[in-house]
Ligand binder design. Structure first.
Ligand code: XIL
Length: 361
């Protein structure tokens, strides 16, 4: 990778005051700028909540160079009642990104999880037509404006017992595994300028689930590339769960196998589940920071890793908070992201910047 030396040195020296500063200041280089100096693109998922929250808008605009949409572009969010899509909210988010000169990733076109109930009434032929129509309309609407699309999300979920570990759902039921290739070819035709991504979960886990998903993914990517399917990157979500077994070096080995198939690698949904960590907040924040640091330092040794995004930037908007409140409204609040619920910087910010800088030789 070719780096601008002056840019890199500037980022390094600008980071020095961090040694004494505990709070983010306007002069502190942002996550996005440190990443850029290291030849990486850094960003975060956001969603419509940001439109009503000025301080969060400012934080995100300051720290991120690229956004993705947490929910609004999903099939069931665009078409909750039936085949007609309502793009009103999606348009607002696309405008928000453009106004702030931030790149945008579309998440996600085809996902077998969470289909809207009305789709279950469709026969196979209608589901296939719906897949084409959804991609034509959605990718076509934002043609030329998207950095990339997660064309297919989470193709594998071996615990469901399907041969090959495929995830069950309406698209798979109607078309079998061919739904993946169909979706990619359709998306490429609708916007030849955007990068097409296959996004997957669980690969960071060193357990039966993680290895099953990795195996399926490697075979699929290899087959798609051999068949000339327009697939540019593999997205690995990176919802890290330190309470489960993990092995960063084994994961790095998997990244090298993927890279050998000539795809870029994007870390698309990074966060650290702190649910099994200490109740002491400062200890917990240190442990979360360490997990970010270890994970990023390991994976950033793989040149194919080009992009890192967190799944929201502040604990206030983490999906893990939503899930925890649902389970136990009186329980403690998760702290999985770089900034806390009041948008103050946590130790993870510095840990992430320092990990980015390990890329500068
Ligand atoms: C999650 C959102 O964060 C939640 O708000 C929503 O209720 C469910 O979906 N993997 C993915 C994301 O690819 O789309 C999921 O997002 C989190 C796991």
């Amino acid at each position: 990778m070719s780096l601008d030396r002056r840019q890199a040195m500037a980022a390094l020296s600008a980071l020095l005051p961090l040694a004494i500063a505990t709070q983010a200041t306007a002069e502190t280089p942002s996550l996005g700028s440190v990443a850029a100096a290291a030849g990486l693109l850094f960003g975060t998922a956001i969603d419509r909540e940001i439109l009503a929250d000025g301080p969060y808008r400012r934080l995100v605009a300051q720290q991120a160079r690229i956004l993705s949409t947490e929910n609004t572009l999903k099939f069931d969010w665009l078409r909750p009642q039936g085949p007609e899509a309502d793009f009103t909210q999606a348009d607002l988010l696309v405008e928000f990104a453009a106004k702030n000169a931030l790149a945008l990733r579309g998440h996600t076109l085809i996902w077998n999880d969470n289909p809207p109930p009305w789709l279950a009434r469709f026969g196979s032929g209608e589901v296939a037509t719906m897949l084409d129509r959804h991609i034509d309309e959605t990718v076509g609407r934002y043609r030329g404006r998207m950095h990339s699309w997660d064309v297919v999300n989470e193709p594998f979920y071996p615990p469901q017992g399907m041969r090959g570990g495929w995830r069950k759902g309406p698209w798979f039921a109607a078309l079998g595994e061919a739904y993946v290739e169909r979706a990619f070819r359709r998306a490429a035709a609708a916007d030849p300028s955007t990068r097409l991504v296959l996004n997957e979960a669980f690969c960071e886990q060193q357990d039966g689930l993680g290895s099953g998903v990795r195996e399926g993914l490697l075979k699929l990517v290899s087959r798609l590339k051999d068949g000339g399917v327009p697939l540019h990157a593999v997205g690995l979500q990176g919802h890290l769960k330190p309470s489960l077994p993990y092995d960063d070096q084994a994961f790095v080995g998997f990244l090298h196998q993927l890279a050998a198939l000539k795809v870029d690698i994007y870390i698309t949904e990074l966060d650290v589940d702190d649910s099994a960590m200490s109740d002491d907040i400062s200890r917990r924040d240190q442990m979360v920071a360490k997990r970010y640091s270890d994970f990023l330092r390991a994976i950033l040794t793989v040149p194919a890793v080009k992009l890192v995004m967190t799944w929201q930037l502040s604990d206030r908007f983490s999906w893990l908070g939503d899930l925890a409140r649902k389970r136990n409204p009186a329980g403690r609040s998760p702290r999985p992201l770089p900034f806390d619920a009041d948008f103050s910087e946590k130790p993870a910010v510095r840990a992430i910047k320092e990990a980015f800088l390990t890329r500068i030789k």
